[in-house]
Design a protein around this ligand. Structure first.
Ligand code: GDP
Length: 359
């Protein structure tokens, strides 16, 4: 289907499998099909439907996840074709599930609830038409009316949530401005999910932030105080990780999380340099950053997981060539002193710059 050009089908499916794992599902296999255009009824062709159906029976599969967004009709038709209690969902619904599981703060919960309702809204229509058909046409027009009622209820709820979210954001802004009255620089960790951001945060602070080999281990911005050997301090903030194909709808829902980084003194872009698509991931993160209002904030890149690469010497040379890159292993602690020095240097540069502006 409509796979982001930057990433191969295999990579996209691999990430989908990681997402499913994060959601607590056990992945038994994956498959794909190349079609000139998706089948309007079932997204995939009838042969593929039959192939998956036999796999469902052979392996006792409970859930089938599609990498692209499906319409309500496609979801329903696929569920009917696969039969039984098989649950069919798409990437967006899976990510929403994970967000829902991981939402730790009030704000995150509101954001997830909002995104879930916005996801449901266009999917209501066909669900009711379906029920109407099931009732044998006896209640003709009933479904139609019910759709309108449900849509109105949902829209009202969405409005209420938006307002509540707005007020939560205002409160967070107040908290932030209080924090800024203390002259401690804020350093934000950004980067791909699974790059090792929470591992780095833990290594530097001993904070108990969930670190595991799962996507979205860090849904909510988490801030910790880091004290360096020379006594200087900075606040280190972990942000939600980027993913390859984050649905636009979810980007909007998590804007508050991303907004936080526009107020930091330094952005630390953490990269899993052992990842085969590290270069593409760097580009993708840079692209998102360029869309946010952060161009004036100094940046430092961290190439993490150097313990995992086959030729660390080569990686270090590449890092030197590129400049503004520190190689570390957040897991072993290797390079963390250099990292702190680099942060210190960057912060000093930006302080000088700020001082120059103040007469
Ligand atoms: P986050 O999603 O960016 O916060 O990533 P995590 O900190 O949760 O790390 C994702 C996975 O990568 C975990 O299994 C970590 O143990 C692993 N990891 C993190 N840093 C390193 C590293 O320097 N070397 C190796 N080999 N694994 C790492």
């Amino acid at each position: 289907g409509d796979v982001d050009q930057l990433f191969s089908i295999d990579e996209s499916l691999k990430e989908l499998a990681q997402l499913a794992d994060t959601a607590g599902l056990k992945v038994v296999g994956s498959t794909y099909q190349k079609l000139a255009s998706p089948n309007p009824r079932t997204y995939i062709g009838s042969g593929k439907v039959a192939e998956i159906k036999s796999a469902i029976h052979a392996l006792g599969i409970e859930t089938v996840i599609f990498d692209d967004e499906l319409s309500a009709g496609q979801l329903r038709n696929l569920e009917k074709s696969f039969g039984g209690d098989v649950r069919v969902c798409d990437r967006t619904a899976l990510i929403l599930d994970i967000f829902n599981q991981r939402a730790a703060t009030h704000e995150a919960s509101l954001q997830v609830a909002l995104a879930q309702m916005e996801y449901q809204l266009p999917r209501l229509t066909k669900m009711w038409t379906h029920l109407e058909r099931q009732a044998g046409g006896q209640v003709k027009g009933m479904g139609e009316k019910q759709i309108e009622v449900d849509k109105r209820i949902l829209r009202t709820q969405i409005g209420v949530l938006r307002k509540e979210l707005e007020s939560v954001r205002v409160h967070r802004k107040q908290y932030r401005s209080r924090r800024f009255s203390v002259p401690v620089p804020v350093v934000s960790l950004v980067g791909y999910t699974n790059a090792g951001k929470s591992t780095l945060l833990n290594q530097l602070t001993g904070a108990e932030v969930l670190a595991e080999d799962r996507l979205f281990a860090t849904l909510d911005p988490t801030t910790r105080r880091v004290q360096m050997k020379n006594g200087n301090e900075f606040l280190l903030t972990d942000t939600v990780g980027f993913i390859q194909k984050l649905p636009t709808m979810l980007v909007a829902a998590f804007r508050a999380t991303l907004e936080e980084i526009s107020e930091s003194s330094l952005l630390v872009h953490v990269v899993d340099i052992s990842h085969p698509l590290a270069e593409q991931q760097i580009e993708a993160v840079d692209k998102v950053l360029s869309e946010l209002d952060v161009s004036s904030i100094p940046k430092l890149m961290v190439w993490n997981k150097v313990d995992k690469v086959s030729d660390p010497q080569h990686i270090r040379l590449e890092a030197d060539k590129r400049g503004d890159v520190v190689c570390v292993s957040a897991l072993s602690g290797d390079g963390l002193d250099e990292f702190c020095d680099a942060v210190q240097g960057k912060l000093k540069d930006s302080m000088v710059w700020v001082e120059a502006l103040i007469p």
